[in-house]
Design a protein around this ligand. Structure first.
Ligand code: ZN
Length: 254
């Protein structure tokens, strides 16, 4: 007993796209349901989601407006040095296109996907919320497959994954799996558009190229974290590449 179960876990993990903090499709997500219909464009403001009105920001930008420690905060910073507290935190959850996310992310994610598709992009969600238990499985599988040292460089232990907040999504191309959740995604039209436009919907590219010393992870051109438009816009305008640098934190990869 146990060997067979362990074998199954390893097989699942190895066949999944085990790159970075991402691990292919999230099996905890339910089937697409009618509730994703509610995740459409923000109603009533009249502005097309592809072109949100410019934000007026206070100067200097107030970086103390939300906690970076509280797992329920829109600005919580999670990395290898900063586990979620409690580690088993489970957020409120809602559904977008069959994937579980924090309710705060439903409308901006639907708007981002809608705007991208109207721009001719081939976008889908690859992974969103992952529970503590699911992340523990993935990490154990990564260690079994590749050894502890290599696993630690690419996969977050349970309680240390941004996906557990419900605020992070991995995006890929819908019509082809080629390059999804892989380094070559960075060279796709989809990734280029996301780099330019994600902040307008409140998302940041969480693991940018060259950010490994701060974030602890190599470039993940598919992983986006919702922090809200004010902070995402601040990072963009001030050319601050990572949340760790925005908040003056010690690098998670140093
Ligand atoms: Zn991810």
């Amino acid at each position: 007993m146990g060997h067979r179960a362990a074998g199954i876990v390893v097989a699942v993990v190895v066949t999944a796209l085990m790159v970075g903090c991402s691990a292919g499709a999230d099996t905890t997500a339910p089937e697409p349901s009618a509730s994703s219909e509610q995740a459409g464009e923000p109603a009533g403001d009249g502005a097309p989601a592809a072109d949100p009105a410019p934000l007026r920001q206070p100067d200097p930008f107030d970086l103390t407006r939300h906690s970076i420690d509280d797992p329920r905060s829109p600005w919580v910073v999670v990395n290898r040095r900063r586990p979620l507290r409690p580690a088993t935190h489970r957020p409120e959850l809602a559904v977008v296109e069959g994937y579980l996310v924090h309710p705060r992310v439903v409308r901006p994610l639907a708007a981002l996907l809608g705007a991208g598709r109207r721009a001719g992009l081939d976008l889908r969600v690859m992974s969103a919320y992952r529970s503590h238990g699911r992340q523990a499985q993935l990490y154990a599988g990564a260690v079994a497959a590749r050894g502890a040292e290599r696993a630690a460089r690419t996969t977050a232990p349970a309680g240390h994954s941004e996906h557990q907040t419900g605020l992070a999504v991995d995006l890929g191309r819908a019509s082809t799996g080629e390059c999804n959740v892989q380094a070559c995604f960075a060279r796709t039209r989809e990734a280029r558009w996301l780099r330019r436009h994600a902040h307008r919907f409140g998302f940041v590219l969480r693991y940018p190229a060259g950010g490994q010393r701060m974030t602890g992870y190599a470039h993940e051109s598919w992983h986006f974290r919702h922090v809200g438009r004010p902070l995402a816009t601040h990072l963009r305008h001030e050319r601050i590449p990572t949340l760790e640098e925005a908040f003056g934190l010690v690098g998670a990869g140093s």
